[in-house]
Design a protein around this ligand. Structure first.
Ligand SMILES: NC(=O)c1ccc[n+]([C@@H]2O[C@H](COP(=O)([O-])OP(=O)(O)OC[C@H]3O[C@@H](n4cnc5c(N)ncnc54)[C@H](O)[C@@H]3O)[C@@H](O)[C@H]2O)c1
Length: 316
C-alpha cells in the first residue's frame, strides 16, 4: 500500500453503528497489525456490532470532543468519519446540523496541521429528487435536514481541501446500504432488512403503491471495500459509492421470496411522504477511475449473502 503501511494507526468514528462496525472489523482483518480506535457515543450504535473487535474504544460525543486533549500528538494515519445522526425523520434542525457539522469541523481542525487523511461518509440524499443516475458534479438539492447537514459537510471539506492540496480528504456519497449489523437502527434500517423480517414472520411485505420506485441498493461489503480503497487515493475528492443499478421494490420482494423460499405477494400501501425519493442510482464513472472501485454484489448476490448471515442459526 502506497501511503498507509501494514500496521497503520486508524480511527473510525461511528464504529458501533451499521457501516462503521463492518468497516472496523474488515480493517482489523485486512491489517492485523493495525492500531484501531473507535469513537462512538452509542446514540444509535450498539456494542454488539463489534463482537470480535480487539481495538480501543473512546465513548465520546464528537460534537463536543476535544481531539487534542484525547489524542495529543499521536501519529494517526487516517480517520474514517462515519458517525452521524442517521435518523432522517429527526426533524430538529439545530440538533441535526449542530451535531453532524460540528463533529466534522472538529475533526478537520484536528487533522489540518498534520494533514491526516480523512475519509468521511456523505450521502446520496444530498442529490434530492432524481430521475436518472446522479453524477458528483450535480448541484446539491437536500430535501431534509439530515441531507442538508451532509451538504454542509461536503462544502467545508471541499474548501479545506482546496486550501491545502497536500491534505487528502475523501467524501463518499453512500447510496442505499443494506447488510449485516443494521438491526439496531430500527425504523431507519434498510428496506431489505424490514421486508425480510416481515416475510420471515409470514406477513406479506409492505411496500408503497405500486412498488415501481427504484433504489440503488448497495451491499455493505461493497461499501466497506470502497471506503478502504480511499486509503490509497492520491488526491481529495467526493465520490458516489453505490451498486450502480437502480432496482424496484417489486424486484426486491421477488428476490427476497426466492432467497427465503416463500411466495408472499406485496401488500401495497399508500405513500404518506410528500417528498419521497422515487429514484436513486449512483453514476460510478468517477469512483471507478479514481479509486478503482468495482462493486461485487448485484442485488441478487448481496441479498443472498445477507440472508445467509441474518438467518444463519437456522441453517447450522
Ligand atoms: N446506511 C445507509 O444507507 C447510509 C446511506 C448514506 C450515508 N450513510 C452514512 O453512513 C454513516 C454510517 O451510517 P449507518 O447506517 O452505519 O448508521 P448508524 O446509525 O448505524 O451509525 C452511526 C453511528 O454514529 C454514532 N454517532 C452519531 N452521532 C455521534 C456523535 N455526535 N458522536 C459520537 N458518535 C455518534 C452512532 O451512535 C452510531 O453508532 C453515516 O454518516 C450515515 O449518514 C449511510
Amino acid at each position: 500500500m502506497s501511503s498507509i503501511d501494514s500496521s497503520p494507526n486508524l480511527i473510525i468514528t461511528g464504529g458501533a453503528g451499521f457501516i462503521g462496525s463492518n468497516l472496523t472489523l474488515a480493517l482489523q482483518e485486512k491489517f492485523p497489525g493495525a492500531r484501531l480506535t473507535v469513537i462512538d457515543d452509542f446514540r444509535s450504535g450498539d456494542f454488539k456490532n463489534l463482537a470480535g473487535y480487539r481495538g480501543d474504544f473512546v465513548a465520546q460525543n464528537l460534537a463536543t470532543l476535544d481531539w487534542h486533549k484525547q489524542f495529543g500528538n499521536e501519529q494517526i494515519d487516517a480517520i474514517f468519519h462515519l458517525a452521524s445522526i442517521t435518523d432522517t425523520t429527526l426533524h430538529d434542525q439545530f440538533v441535526q446540523v449542530h451535531d453532524n457539522v460540528e463533529s466534522f469541523r472538529r475533526i478537520l481542525n484536528f487533522a489540518r496541521s498534520t494533514r491526516t487523511r480523512i475519509i468521511y461518509a456523505s450521502s446520496a440524499s444530498t442529490y434530492g429528487p432524481a430521475t436518472e443516475a446522479s453524477v458528483e458534479s450535480n448541484g446539491a438539492a437536500p430535501a431534509n435536514i439530515y441531507a442538508f447537514s451532509k451538504v454542509i459537510m461536503d462544502n467545508i471539506a471541499i474548501s479545506a481541501a482546496a486550501e491545502l492540496p497536500d491534505w487528502i480528504i475523501i467524501g463518499l456519497r453512500y447510496f442505499n446500504v443494506y447488510g449485516p449489523r443494521e438491526a439496531h437502527k430500527g425504523i431507519p434500517a434498510s428496506m431489505v432488512y424490514h421486508l425480510a423480517t416481515q416475510i420471515k414472520a409470514g406477513q406479506r411485505p409492505r411496500i408503497f403503491k405500486h412498488g415501481e420506485q427504484k433504489r440503488d441498493f448497495v451491499y455493505v461489503k461493497d461499501i466497506v471495500e470502497g471506503s478502504i480503497l480511499a486509503l490509497e487515493a492520491k488526491e481529495s475528492g467526493i465520490y458516489n459509492l453505490g451498486c450502480g443499478q437502480a432496482r424496484s421494490f417489486n424486484e426486491l420482494v421477488d428476490i427476497l421470496n426466492k432467497c427465503l423460499g416463500t411466495k408472499l405477494p406485496p401488500d401495497y400501501i399508500d405513500n404518506p411522504h410528500a417528498h419521497y425519493q422515487n429514484f436513486t442510482e449512483a453514476d460510478l464513472d468517477k469512483v471507478r477511475s479514481a479509486l478503482g472501485y468495482q462493486p461485487q454484489f448485484p442485488l441478487e448476490d448481496g441479498v443472498r449473502d445477507y440472508m445467509k448471515w441474518l438467518y444463519r442459526e437456522e441453517k447450522s
